[in-house]
Design a protein around this ligand. Structure first.
Ligand code: PXL
Length: 280
């Protein structure tokens, strides 16, 4: 069984980060080791959230793993907290990485042209150091614009997306993948760039007219899992995008749906079936 280490916060209430990554990666049949960077009462879009920073625990925990000879097939990072923490996480990646380790970075820090409340531009730029050591990064357009310094646009052409991907590749990532990319009316999906083969690739599905918090974490978790399972990039993008779209659709059907996250639990059987189809 493949083993992944995922490093991100625990938001006790509000479906995101580890409470999404752990169940999704587990149902994909991947042993999932967690390294919580902080414990929050809720995610940071609630007012008055509490936050206990666990940065000082990262080194003792990972030192213990090292002593025990624990290894990982992949390392997947999500929402982190501070610039110092980013340096610590880069150190952890260097310690555990070997030539076969997949390093997947979701530089979770903003959406809709704005950073999340806990972050500033300094923190956003520091994320580029983390992206530089990644095999795959999957920012949305907001995050990519903060990482690269290119302007954020809501209306754009395919050339703008390609320029953004090339700028992300310049940071050092082998395969940048931009999420929330619409290449035609009524469609949305992701577009990536393979620096080795020098080719762009993309996947689009129907846009569902709704936006929920935590969908980036759903998409990233499934995409990271799909790459860990050695799916080719076409299948990996399709599985992650279709599952995320279906989950948004299901969430939308339910009246009085809480805004804090999507009902990803109810669509898990479909994810498992889709994986079975590919791996038959
Ligand atoms: O979904 C990203 C995320 C993860 N963790 C925390 C957050 C957010 C987005 O706001 O606040 C704590």
């Amino acid at each position: 069984m493949k083993r992944i280490l995922t490093i991100q916060d625990i938001s006790c209430f509000g479906k995101c980060s580890l409470t999404v990554a752990l169940p999704l990666l587990s149902v994909m049949g991947i042993e999932t080791v967690i390294l919580p960077t902080a414990v929050l009462s809720t995610h940071t879009l609630f007012k008055g959230f509490t936050c206990k920073d666990l940065s000082d625990q990262l080194e003792p925990i990972t030192n213990h793993w090292k002593q025990e000879g624990i290894t990982f097939d992949a390392i997947y990072t999500g929402y982190l907290g501070t610039e110092e923490e980013i340096d610590t996480v880069i150190g952890i990646i260097e310690t555990f990485r070997n030539k076969n380790t997949l390093v997947f970075v979701d530089p979770a820090m903003g959406d809709n042209g704005r950073l999340y409340p806990a972050f500033d531009e300094h923190y956003a730029r520091k994320n580029a150091d983390l992206c530089a050591v990644a095999d795959i990064v999957d920012p949305n357009i907001t995050e990519a614009s903060f990482l690269t310094g290119l302007p954020y646009k809501e209306i754009y052409t395919e050339d703008y997306i390609k320029e953004m991907l090339l700028a992300l590749a310049d940071i050092g990532t082998k395969t940048p993948i931009l999420t929330g990319v619409s290449l035609s009316d009524g469609k949305t999906g992701a577009m990536g760039y393979d620096t080795k083969k020098r080719e762009f690739f993309h996947y689009q599905n129907d846009r569902i007219p709704a936006s929920y918090h935590g969908t980036g974490d759903v998409f990233s978790s499934v995409l990271a899992g799909a790459f860990v399972l050695d799916l080719d990039r076409k299948d990996a993008l399709r599985i992650a995008a279709d599952y995320t779209a279906l989950t948004i659709e299901e969430t939308l059907k339910k009246p009085g749906t809480p805004w804090y996250g999507v009902d990803f639990e109810s669509t898990i059987p479909v994810l498992i079936d889709a994986l079975k189809q590919i791996r038959l």
